[in-house]
Design a protein around this ligand. Structure first.
Ligand SMILES: O=C(O)c1ccccc1NCC(=O)[C@H](O)[C@H](O)COP(=O)(O)O
Length: 262
């Protein structure tokens, strides 16, 4: 595991331990039970990809690699713009120290649109899955590089038990093999190397052919515009997770529409 990812996960362990100690499990379960049913995340992507592209549009204020991305950050407005521009799903960063995210951004964004929402965070404990559902999340992320097989299976089981989808993120062949031991068939390939933040689309191109039949395959990170999606489509990739390049646009709706017209 990389030093940067190790650093992020260590901070997350402290955060989760603190939050777990100060939050009543019964209250969290009641909040999760009081939420409307999960909006089908993978199903929405698959539908969009039938005769177009399945876009997971990310609400991202800042990142460890780029610092502040958008000063006039407005999650409900971005959610509405992404939906109007044709995105199939949203991803909302909730990690505080490294991405300047917040749980409330997820709540606000989901309330502002009808798209299924991924809680984009570093999951290390099934408790966070319950917390995600209590916030209304429809899907969670598992980063294979950050977890042992047993922990991944527990987190996935918690999500499936709550009716949520799981995006399983890999970066190389060995991680894809580990991902395919899980039940989820929603696989994301992160083009960004979390050790040094370099981006290489070859990661996606190398792995797309190894995704099993019936798998929903998502290319993630570093996608800058319609030409990148067109190049990916040449390799058979139909679903994408895009954050920074859309968040930097003055007109997010128009940029989303233009991206999907690739
Ligand atoms: O974005 C980062 O700098 C980053 C650093 C360390 C761990 C994860 C990171 N990003 C999380 C993501 O998965 C991306 O936000 C997502 O794939 C969208 O990427 P982009 O379109 O390049 O913003």
């Amino acid at each position: 595991m990389s030093n940067r990812l190790t650093e992020i996960l260590a901070a997350k362990r402290d955060h989760v331990a603190r939050r777990n100690a100060e939050t009543s499990l019964a209250a969290l379960e009641a909040s999760a039970a009081g939420q409307t049913a999960p909006r089908g995340f993978r199903a929405a992507l698959d539908r969009a990809a039938v005769d177009g592209f399945g876009l997971i549009a990310e609400i991202k204020k800042a990142s460890p690699s780029k610092g502040l991305i958008r000063a006039d950050f407005d999650p409900p407005a971005h959610a509405r713009a992404y939906q109007a521009g044709g995105a199939a799903c949203l991803s909302v960063l909730t990690d505080v120290p490294f991405f300047q995210g917040a749980d409330d951004y997820l709540v606000q964004a989901r309330a502002a649109c009808s798209l299924p929402c991924l809680r984009k965070d570093f999951m290390i404990d099934p408790w966070q899955v319950l917390e995600a559902r209590a916030l209304g999340a429809d899907a969670i992320l598992i980063i294979v590089a950050g977890l042992e097989d047993g922990a991944m299976a527990e987190i996935e089981a918690a999500a499936i038990g709550l009716g949520m989808d799981v995006l399983v993120e890999v970066h190389d062949r060995a991680e894809l093999d580990r991902a395919l031991r899980l039940r989820s068939r929603l696989i994301g390939v992160n083009n960004r190397d979390l050790r040094d933040f370099s981006v290489d689309f070859a990661r996606t191109y190398e792995l797309v052919g190894s995704a099993p039949e019936g798998c929903t395959f998502v290319a993630e990170s570093g996608l800058g515009g319609p030409a990148d999606l067109a190049a990916m489509a040449e390799h058979g990739v139909r679903c994408f997770l895009v954050g920074e390049s859309l968040m930097r646009q003055a007109d997010v709706e128009a940029a989303t529409r233009a991206l999907l017209a690739a």
